[in-house]
Design a protein around this ligand. Structure first.
Ligand SMILES: *Cc1c(COP(=O)(O)O)cnc(C)c1O
Length: 483
């Protein structure tokens, strides 16, 4: 047996080929990352591809080893190139991300160290670091010191945690689910419906409260709907507002919703996945008034802190409720019996669906340390100003615009008075297509009440005036070409 094991060991030790090999691999990857990042300023935000072309590439897994250069070539050709380049400053569609370099280095550290950050007992420093980041965000939005939360893989998962906590805290069960009511607007992100469905609340009543002209929730309608529902013997328990909607970037009247939630004993959740970090900008902070009165808030560092994809956060005031919904019961997991609850810092494993997890706090902490919060504030302010500048300039070209941009999303369309709605929709679709084919910037659109609108969403840390100028130039050329 010992000989057999030793023979296997010789093979298994190939995982550890020593420093020289590590250096060879690392140098090749670093060289690629430098090339990639330096190429971004001239590169494209979008590359056309065909599904058939991509389908030809097998990404084959083989039993023998490959050379690093070969593998990197495969990555460049088949992953890096096709489709949207989300690291590009030209990415001004959907809600852009970014990918700050120290975020990648944070992942590198987290991965080689493989520190376990799920339970305090195993990784006290890692857990404390993650909880410190959560507490920093809680303080930022005005939550009390007793609040906590969780770093999740993204806003959707974070929303799930909040909805599940609200469900349990409000004691929604098989007896009362059909009478229980949730309130939001059609402008809420679809991850809200998804969280409601996945958390077993699909049979509850979901009411879409009308929005006002500027697409913000109408608080009077909310108030009236709740009154009617109560009069009909229903059980209103949850209201979801948005701080920065995906479509138009507006912020629901959070303070007014908080009043109504308080008076009617509703759990108040705020989705700040996109917009939340703009609260760091002093002159935008007043727009968020009322967020501090929420029971739970979702905020996405992989959006507003420009970090690589894979980092959302949920912040919850009632930590006991969050814990009750997500904790490990010792009686259900004997293999966890050594992981006694240390009351100094709650474990992420007890506050989320995860057990073994990515030590994702490191990719947030490192950039915050290396740049300092003021750099983030300045960049966020720049993005808001770029959007306002665009909003003014696009009107000079003769475009109609949507609501005044609150943060960094705005909508616009070219619709001469003598043009039918259908023709105008078609024309604006063509403009988006034109810009997509040019490839320097990438824009997306939305439909509001049957009307097609083009959007700009400025949130990549690499987006600057130059990109806004490209859009304006392309739009001008586009409408001239059509005229
Ligand atoms: C992006 C977004 C989400 C979903 O977050 P993910 O991180 O993509 O899962 C939810 N709400 C809003 C307003 C968003 O912009």
């Amino acid at each position: 047996m010992r000989e057999k094991i030793q023979a296997l060991e010789a093979r298994a030790r190939q995982f550890e080929q020593g420093r020289a090999k590590r250096k060879e691999w690392r140098d090749a990857v670093i060289e690629y990352s430098d090339e990639f990042i330096d190429g971004l300023s001239e590169g494209r935000a979008y590359n056309e591809y065909t599904v058939e072309g991509l389908a030809k590439h097998p990404f084959e897994i083989e039993s023998t080893s490959a050379e690093i250069d070969e593998v990197l070539e495969e990555i460049k050709t088949w992953i890096d190139k096709p489709g949207l380049n989300a690291a590009s400053g030209g990415h001004i569609g959907y809600i852009p991300g970014g990918g700050l370099y120290p975020g990648a280095l944070g992942d590198y550290i987290a991965a080689f160290m493989n520190k376990y950050s799920g339970v305090y007992y195993g990784g006290p420093g890692a857990v404390r670091l993650e909880n410190t980041l959560v507490r920093w965000m809680c303080e930022m939005i005005g939550f009390p010191k007793t609040a906590l939360g969780n770093l999740s893989s993204g806003g959707s998962l974070a929303t799930m945690i909040a909805v599940v906590t609200a469900r349990d805290f409000k004691k929604i069960n098989s007896q009362n689910i059909r009478q229980s009511v949730i309130y939001t607007t059609v402008q809420a992100h679809h991850c809200v419906q998804k969280a409601i469905r996945i958390s077993g609340l699909g049979e509850a009543q979901l009411r879409y409260i009308p929005v006002k002209k500027d697409f913000r929730l109408d608080e009077n309608a909310l108030q009236k709907t709740i009154e009617t529902d109560k009069a009909n013997g229903l059980n209103p328990f949850l209201v979801i507002g948005t701080a920065g909607t995906t479509d138009t970037g507006v912020i629901d009247p959070l303070d007014a919703i908080a009043d109504i939630a308080e008076a009617n004993d509703l759990w108040f959740h705020v989705d700040g996945a996109y917009g939340g970090f703009f609260i760091l900008v002093d002159e935008l902070k007043p727009l968020f008034k009322g967020i501090e009165r929420a029971d739970s808030v979702v905020i996405d560092p992989h959006k507003g802190l420009f970090l690589p994809y894979g980092l959302g956060a949920v912040l919850i005031k009632n930590v006991a409720a969050m814990h009750a919904s997500h904790r490990y019961l010792p009686s259900e997991a004997n293999y966890m019996q050594d992981s006694f609850y240390v009351d100094s810092d709650p474990s992420p494993a007890d506050l989320s669906p995860e057990l073994t997890k990515h030590f994702r706090g490191m990719r947030m902490w490192l950039p915050l340390k290396l740049y300092g919060v003021d750099t983030f504030k300045a960049a966020l302010k720049e993005k808001a100003y770029l959007t306002r500048y665009f909003y003014d300039e696009v009107q000079k070209l003769g475009f109609e615009v949507g609501p005044n941009p609150s943060l960094s999303v705005t909508t616009y369309r070219y619709a001469p008075a003598d043009m039918s709605l259908e023709a105008a929709n078609e024309l604006n679709k063509k403009l988006v297509e034109l810009i997509r084919l040019d490839g320097r910037v990438f824009l997306t659109s939305t439909t509001l009440d049957g009307v097609y609108w083009i959007r700009v969403a400025v949130l990549s840390f690499r987006t600057h005036l130059k990109h806004i100028d490209i859009i304006l130039e392309m739009l001008q050329k586009g409408i001239e070409g059509i005229k």
